[in-house]
Design a protein. Structure first.
Length: 555
């Protein structure tokens, strides 16, 4: 019996020795071979890296008014594994956040996930109220939400940033690199229970750069209001207006109607998000005649007093060109041809004096067919004829068979207002901490010819020309009307027109160039009837707002 007991003791002792041997061997293995890996695991369990989001830069107008900025928001998310009563918690969260409970409930029921959004970038006050309820499984983190304080004002220009604060359209897209900050990072040390006890190695986030524009939100808002009234009055498809400083090239307003609220960009139809001023091309009609007249003056083929005997219509190849209003054969000077917008006169000058080669040269000289380089994404270059048939010389001189953008046209008239010096149009004045971009300048007309052209454009408004409705009491106005039938797949379409007026004020020393174009007006179609009054409204407001003194006596 005693012998059997001793055997059992020896076996037990052997088991104890073996167990301790195994434990010692594992301890040695952990202390040597696995030491580095285990140390890393321990560090990761107690030290948590946290990304510090960087704020997006603010976009300011010329006056320092914010047009786009970041607002504090809170993202609410949940871990479905921790949720106890999905139905109840969905109802409670929906009531506090002001959203539908069905979407929250469906998210909370995704048990295969450990992270689901409840609401991305919820209002901070609502999220704080929800956090106080301590719903099981609900968590929160701070984010920045992009907002547009002026709502609809300049929305197609500003564009918008998406839910991840990345620019998706307009200046938000074009300046995304400048506006985007650099995230920071910090390491949080936690105790075994997960409570933060220390913050180590903090790298602060760097805010995105602020951007300052040439836009004036007051001038912009007024232009949009006038366009809304014009579109409503004529049942038009849409309308565009540009207000330029001809000396600097700064865009004071770039308006498109109908517009949309940039804060609700997700629900705005894509067509409303388009910036028609830079992306759309259209046949300009008679506003293009300045190219024909300026080319003939510059090449010393005519003077403003040169006269031509002009019938009501002429034939060019297979085309018959006629004036807008029925008349008999008349003798008109070059100045009168421009003032009365005679198609026959412009085509006569182009076909008999300028010719295809010279006209092409002046089209290029004025910048048509190439982008202006304005600091907005999506700018079109316009369309110039790649092939000239016999009848091309009969339509291009009067603004048919060639397509331009509104910003191209406005910049050309700004050059005429600026003594013949073209200045690149731009919306960005400067970016915080960066040198202002170099603005391109080039002479397109001699000062002498420019003076002649400007004098003739004054007559369009004051000497019983087609732009009489653009007159502004107390101010001299120079400009040009345009009425262009819209082309379709089977030729020009009946009843579809684009009405344009582009002018400068005060014409004796131009401070502003204002372009208005109205797409598919109904009832009236002529630029002098539809667009010229809108020009006068916009320009008159801007002159008073900018305190530009009158240059004419008021009768």
């Amino acid at each position: 019996m005693a012998k059997r007991a001793n055997s059992r003791i020896r076996v037990l002792l052997l088991c104890i020795i073996l167990t301790f041997g195994v434990l010692l061997a594992r301890e040695a293995w952990l202390a040597t071979v696995r030491a580095s890996a285990l140390s890393s695991m321990a560090q990761s369990q107690t030290k948590t890296p946290v990304i510090l989001p960087a704020g997006r830069g603010t976009i300011f107008d010329e006056l320092g008014t914010p047009l786009a900025l970041g607002e504090q928001a809170t993202t609410v998310y949940a871990d479905p594994h921790q949720v106890r009563n999905p139905t109840r918690e969905a109802v409670v969260a929906a009531r506090v956040l002001g959203i539908k409970p069905v979407a929250i409930y469906n998210a909370l029921m995704q048990r295969s996930l450990a992270f689901v959004y409840v609401e991305r970038k919820a209002p901070h006050d609502k999220a704080a109220k929800l956090a106080k309820l301590n719903l099981p499984g609900f968590h929160f983190y701070a984010e920045e939400k992009r907002i547009y304080p002026q709502n609809q004002v300049a929305a197609p220009v500003l564009g918008f940033a998406g839910v991840d604060n990345v620019g998706l359209a307009g200046l938000e897209l074009g300046l995304n690199k400048e506006l985007t900050g650099i995230p920071g990072k910090e390491t949080i040390v936690r105790d075994p229970f997960g409570t933060p006890i220390e913050i180590q190695s903090t790298t602060p986030a760097r805010q995105g750069r602020d951007v300052f524009l040439t836009l004036d939100h007051v001038i912009q808002a007024n232009a949009e209001q006038v366009l809304r009234q014009t579109v409503a009055k004529y049942g038009a498809k849409d309308a565009t207006a540009i207000v330029l400083d001809p000396r600097t090239g700064g865009v004071l307003a770039m308006a498109t109607e109908p517009g949309y609220n940039a804060n609700n960009y997700a629900t705005a139809p894509p067509g409303l998000q388009t910036n028609h001023a830079v992306s759309d091309v259209y046949e300009p009609g008679s506003v293009f005649k300045v190219v024909t007249i300026a080319g003939a003056l510059s090449d010393h083929l005519v003077t403003p007093r040169t006269s031509f005997t002009l019938p009501y219509s002429i034939k060019v190849a297979d085309r018959v060109i006629h004036d807008a209003e029925q008349r008999g054969t008349e003798r008109l000077t070059v100045a009168q041809i421009l003032q009365r917008s005679s198609n026959v006169g412009a085509v006569t000058i182009a076909s008999k004096l300028l010719g295809e080669t010279r006209l092409k040269k002046w089209i290029r000289q004025f910048g048509f067919g190439t982008r202006t380089g304005i600091d907005l994404p999506g700018e079109s270059a316009g369309i110039v004829p790649s092939y000239w048939s016999g009848s091309t010389i009969g339509n291009v001189p009067i603004g048919q068979g060639i397509s331009v953008t509104a910003i191209q046209l406005a910049s050309v008239y700004a050059a005429i207002a600026n003594g013949g010096m073209w200045v690149q149009p731009h919306l960005v004045d400067h970016v915080q901490g960066q040198k202002a971009a170099t603005i391109s300048r080039r002479r397109i007309l001699s000062p002498h010819v420019d003076h002649q052209l400007l004098s003739m454009l004054k007559g369009v408004v004051s000497d019983a020309g087609t732009g009489a409705a653009a007159e502004i009491p107390g101010y001299s106005v120079a400009g040009k009307t345009g009425t262009a039938q819209k082309p379709g797949p089977n030729g020009y379409e009946q009843g579809r027109y684009v009405a344009t007026f582009v002018g400068m004020v005060p014409a004796n020393d131009p401070r502003l160039v204002v372009l208005v174009t109205v797409d598919e007006p109904r009832g009236a179609i002529y630029g002098g009837v539809v667009a010229a009054p809108a020009f006068a409204q916009i320009a008159a407001f801007d002159l008073q707002y900018l305190e530009v003194p009158p240059d004419l006596p008021v009768h």
